[in-house]
Design a protein around this ligand. Sequence first.
Ligand code: NDP
Ligand code: 8X3
Length: 250
Amino acid sequence: MKNKIALITGATSGIGWATAKTFAQAGARLILCGRRKEKLEELAKAIGGDLKLLAFDVREKKAVFEAIEGLPNEWKSIDILINNAGNAHGLDPVQTANLDDWDAMIDGNVKGLMYVTKAVLPQMIRAKKGQIINLGSIAAKEVYPNGSIYCSSKAAVDFFTRGLRIDLNPLGIRVGAIHPGLVETEFSDVRFKGDQERAKKVYQGIEALSAEEVADAIRYMVQVPEKVTIADMVILPTRQANAYVNNRMP
Ligand code: NDP
Ligand code: 8X3
């Protein structure tokens, strides 16, 4: 990965933050993205070295294209795209769920990920190489109660990844997705709109994955030889069997 340029969305927290640190240790040059500029600056300070920071909302089509197309020449040749930005908003049955939550999930997790991909692709196509890794979820593989829209958004990421791999196959661009189970990050704080007590309960007694463990799996997907594509990786805490069967400690 040494001297390769990696663009990571959602680098201001959790899995994106840990992936940035892991990639920096492996010698990558990083383009770090997120909405919270102050968090990007904090991460840049922690990592040091050659970095580019881009603050934009993945839901804003114009902002996505302006940020990526406006990169200076020395940052334009992106080798690795980690499409990580995303969140769940709410945990509610369809009949009572909030429509603004639905928009945030579909616009961010699905359309935003697609916009970033489309903005990065021309240069990878010219280079006839590159790698795209999308953050799906166990929620892409199974639907759980009250999660229908988040799960739908992640199922869309799964199918988009598969289609993209087909379309880019003649060009030698590697495409894969990683689908984690429970990872302890800001994810549940965001889902429950700052209700930290409720967020904490999600990870009680489950020995959830850490963001660093997921970042290490992403690093592996990148560092396998270029003739190898890890197309689809599901990574779970050992205490989690699927999206809703958990062997929690009392
Ligand atoms: P965090 O809440 O810790 O991080 C989410 C990141 O996404 C933040 O950096 C946030 O940055 C960014 N983000 C969210 N919405 C937008 C947006 N509209 N525009 C730009 N950036 C955005 O959660 P995780 O690290 O856990 O989540 C990372 C990814 O992993 C997500 O796609 C999530 O769905 C997926 N995932 C998480 C799991 C978990 O259990 N935690 C399990 C499986 C998958 P900012 O707010 O600064 O914009
Ligand atoms: C995050 C994992 O199970 O909370 O994608 O939806 S879960």
